[in-house]
Design a protein around this ligand. Sequence first.
Ligand SMILES: Nc1ncnc2c1ncn2[C@@H]1O[C@H](COP(=O)(O)OP(=O)(O)O)[C@@H](O)[C@H]1O
Ligand SMILES: [Mg+2]
Length: 230
Amino acid sequence: MQLIVSPGYEQVTASWFSPDFWGRSAAPVSAGGRGGAWFIESDTSELVLRHYRRGGLVASLAEKTYFFTGFDRTRSTAEFNLLRKLRELSLPVPEPVAAITWKYRALWYRAAILVKRIPGAVTFAESECLEEATLWAEVGALIRRFHDEGLDHVDLNCDNILVSRGRIYLIDFDRCRLRAGVENSADAEWKRKNLDRLYRSVEKRCSRLDSEKRATCWASLLRAYQKKSS
Ligand SMILES: Nc1ncnc2c1ncn2[C@@H]1O[C@H](COP(=O)(O)OP(=O)(O)O)[C@@H](O)[C@H]1O
Ligand SMILES: [Mg+2]
């Protein structure tokens, strides 16, 4: 087992990663997850606990186990370190609290992460400002800031964009990476793929806008994305 804890959270133990440990202070996240996330109310802060799982139709046995190639390379360690870097770059992402890796049999592991909950956050599609083109433009400009820093968000969708008190955050950086140098050219393929993925999610999740409205909103997002951020 390996536990990594952020400064200021030395009280965190391995038990914190078990929803049962929290009893009524843990509540499953209903919006936007795949069933492995809980909101936690600790004595001092509100947290989100996430157990790494494969999405989709993978057989249940393999659902939570991953092939182990070293504690520094597990899903939880990678996301924890990436969140730290993104915060150093002043990008709006949740604060990482702790990450755990449990070795499971000789070659496998399970993993989980704790992050600070963004107070009052709703997912992008749930935002009451969804009909306002300015919200879409802010999302476009924000994605551009992440892209300029080289952040390839491999699961950019409406559930991984949160809105809280008029501010926008990106979350869920499992398998994401920072690309540097030649990999981070203005016309890099991964940037287009991130946006294509978000577009498909918008079509599914933002059905309360009619298709014409969706098209204008999406155009606002793209326009703001394409504008060089100063
Ligand atoms: N830091 C956070 N603050 C508030 N809500 C969060 C936070 N992290 C996750 N959530 C909520 O939990 C859902 C699932 O979390 P996420 O990190 O996207 O995991 P996954 O998609 O793998 O289940 C999100 O769509 C969001 O509704
Ligand atoms: Mg997600």
